[in-house]
Design a protein around this ligand. Structure first.
Ligand SMILES: Cc1ncc(COP(=O)(O)O)c(C=O)c1O
Length: 396
């Protein structure tokens, strides 16, 4: 039987990670992999999370199943973090949340529910978008369409084209949007642009599906949720997939959630029943550990304060690397403009060099990035930034 299988090509980022691991140069730099690294190049466990973990070890008295919706305290506390503590939508009966295995699991469950609403529903994704969005959505039978998002020449959102494309999207189609810290571009919608997207959705009847995987890493916890809160306050229906992989550093604990806003409480119950039934056939119950840690951190004022300080230092470190890299590349011989890096948000930006220059950086200098030139700003630190910028200046 298995002889009939052909090998699947390795994911470019995983391939890059393997090459990086095998590279013996001591000054090599990994700007490919999408995890946060601190100034010493480590992906640390947050102190607040570690404290919650010690507490959980003491207090946990069962490993029985959690149930398909997961931990209810986690669902409530994470929903408050995303939608806002006193957001009336949370208690309106039109809202429900289901704990999911990471943001990826949340996206998949959300897409599964959409796929059950009608025959061949369509989802519109911006170009470019996170590499895993299309595979996750496609698996559920959703038809994938695209709308323009980023102008590679100006390194900004091509908002006029985007909004024109959104105006043509039929009623009840789904539009995937990034809540903040757009991956891979780092280019986020402004408040005014969110308002325009919201008004267009309201007028034309498309339903936004927001992926928020980096809350707190862009402009801060509250500001990063602006778009979601705006849409939640105006629209009758909304889907949100969230992840705690980055802002709690819980990557391998698979901690996320999918939330739905529906027309009324009866529809909400039906939607939740479909989300549960999708989860049941995909993975049955979500993993508990990460969600219990997030719930403890958010539910304990001292731990929460500590976590917010830690998260803010992550955000500021990334911003500092953005500023420094931009500064060091300024006034280069080619007159190339890298200032977009300073203004963009979150872990990623496109460096905007040629594919030959990407290859040379890797082969000659041990600087690894994906062919699209997406770089993870968190892979840069005070120890490697001089070497990195010298190498970039040499190859361009
Ligand atoms: C835009 C975006 N959405 C969702 C995810 C999924 O995160 P996870 O499944 O690791 O929680 C990621 C992870 O890199 C991402 O960048």
């Amino acid at each position: 039987m298995f002889e009939r299988l052909k090998p699947v090509p390795i994911d470019p980022i995983l391939g890059l990670m393997n090459s990086f691991r095998e590279d013996s140069r001591h000054n090599k730099i990994d700007l490919g992999v999408g995890v946060y690294q601190d100034d010493s190049g480590q992906t640390p466990i947050m102190t607040s999370v570690k404290k919650a973990e010690f507490q959980l070890l003491e207090d946990e008295n069962t490993k029985t199943y959690q149930g398909m919706t997961g931990d209810s305290d986690y669902n409530d506390r994470l929903s408050s973090l995303i939608f806002g503590e006193d957001n009336p939508i949370l208690k309106s009966g039109r809202f429900c949340t289901l704990q999911a295995p990471g943001g990826s699991g949340a996206l998949r469950v959300g897409a599964e529910v959409i796929a059950r609403t009608k025959s061949s529903p369509a989802i519109w994704v911006g170009t470019p978008t996170w590499a895993n969005h299309i595979p996750i959505m496609e698996k559920t039978g959703l038809k994938i369409n695209t709308y323009p998002y980023y102008d590679f020449e100006t390194h900004t959102i091509c908002f006029d084209e985007m909004i024109e494309a959104l105006k043509k999207i039929p009623k009840d189609d789904i539009v995937l949007l990034h809540g903040c810290c757009h991956n891979p571009t780092g280019a986020d919608l402004s408040s005014d642009q969110w308002k325009q997207v919201c008004a267009t959705a309201h007028r034309n009847g498309f339903i936004p599906f927001i992926d928020i995987a980096y809350q707190g890493l862009g402009n801060g916890l509250e500001k990063d949720a602006y778009g979601i809160r705006e849409l939640a306050s105006q629209l009758p229906e909304l889907i949100v997939a969230s992840s705690c992989s980055k802002n709690f550093g819980l990557y391998r604990e698979r901690t996320g959630a999918v939330s739905f806003i529906c027309n009324d409480s009866d529809q909400t119950k039906i939607v939740l029943s479909h989300a549960m039934s999708s989860a049941r056939s995909l993975y049955s119950m979500p993993p508990a550990h990460g969600a219990l840690l997030v719930s403890s951190v958010l539910g304990d004022p001292k731990l929460r304060e500590e976590w917010e300080i830690e998260l803010e230092s992550v955000r500021l470190r990334i911003q500092l690397m953005r500023d420094l890299l931009c500064e060091k590349l300024r006034g280069n011989q080619k007159g190339k403009d890298f200032s977009h890096i300073k203004h963009q948000k979150g872990m990623f930006s496109f460096l905007g060099i040629s594919s030959e220059e990407v290859d040379t950086l890797r082969a000659k200098y041990g600087v690894y990035m994906v062919g699209s030139t997406r770089i993870n700003l968190a892979g840069i630190n005070i120890n490697n930034i001089d070497y990195l910028s010298e190498c970039i200046l040499k190859v361009i």
